[in-house]
Design a protein. Structure first.
Length: 94
């Protein structure tokens, strides 16, 4: 197991970032799931997480990292990176 770098909780789920992506714990069922966005989340060096429920079926997670920001949609696997080239003021986002 790798060190946890960030934790955030919603009403139903606890989200843990580590070097292998996102680990999710569903409070009601006690079930654990791993989300890697086709391995694009591996090695992100996450500093901070923010989970946003857009509606009843869509949840996105923002990752603040040592090398910019990353957003991913947990339902469809959409993944995008943002860096200084995209207008961020610095590489490190936390």
């Amino acid at each position: 197991m790798s060190p946890i770098t960030s934790i955030v909780s919603s009403d139903s789920t606890v989200y843990f970032a580590d070097e292998f992506g996102l680990l999710m714990y569903e409070k009601s069922s006690g079930r654990w799931d791993r989300f890697t966005a086709e391995s694009q989340l591996v090695g992100l060096k996450t500093l901070d997480l923010e989970v946003v429920s857009l509606d009843d079926t869509t949840t996105v997670v923002w990752f603040g990292t040592m090398n910019g920001a990353v957003v991913t949609n947990l339902q469809n696997g959409f993944f995008d990176r943002f860096s200084v080239k995209d207008g961020l003021p610095a590489k490190k986002v936390n």
